[in-house]
Write a protein of this length. Structure first.
Length: 146
């Protein structure tokens, strides 16, 4: 079944990788370098995942446009999940929540995790940042190198 995943992750060295996978292959990405003390272990990650036969197919650009058009609905749902986990979360990681986007033939979810040093409140801040910057984050992605 077709799949699209938007991901954003921060490494222990502060580097941030954002990207878009279609059917398991990265098609768009960006990388913001961190400190010179290189450490590729992840501090946290967030995936916004879509699965279904009604997903757009074609170019990476058409998928980017489709995701950009979902900005308001995705932002609303990511804020809802952030509100849920900002109170706190038990040690049940990763967090995984269904997103109610009302897309016929498509299931959506957000999944994410962080190191034990990060609280649910801090993780919720990452979700809100993605929600608030959704269109800009998508716009800053470039074609992935193959």
């Amino acid at each position: 079944m077709p799949q699209i995943t938007f991901y954003r992750q921060e490494r222990l060295d502060g580097a941030i990788r954002t990207g878009l996978d279609c059917d398991g292959s990265t098609v768009l990405e960006s990388f913001e370098p961190g400190s010179p003390d290189w450490d590729s272990a992840l501090l946290w990650f967030v995936d916004v995942r879509f699965v279904g036969d009604a997903l757009p197919s074609g170019s990476a650009e058409s998928v980017r446009v489709w995701l950009s058009n979902l900005d308001a609905a995705i932002a609303c749902e990511l804020h809802r999940v952030a509100d849920e986990i900002s109170v706190g979360i038990d040690k049940e990681w990763p967090v995984k929540r269904t997103l109610a986007l009302g897309l016929e033939g498509i299931e959506a979810e957000v999944a994410g995790s962080c190191t034990n040093r990060m609280t649910g409140r801090e993780f919720a801040t990452r979700l809100r940042d993605i929600a608030d910057r959704w269109v800009d984050l998508l716009a800053n992605l470039v074609l992935a190198e193959v």
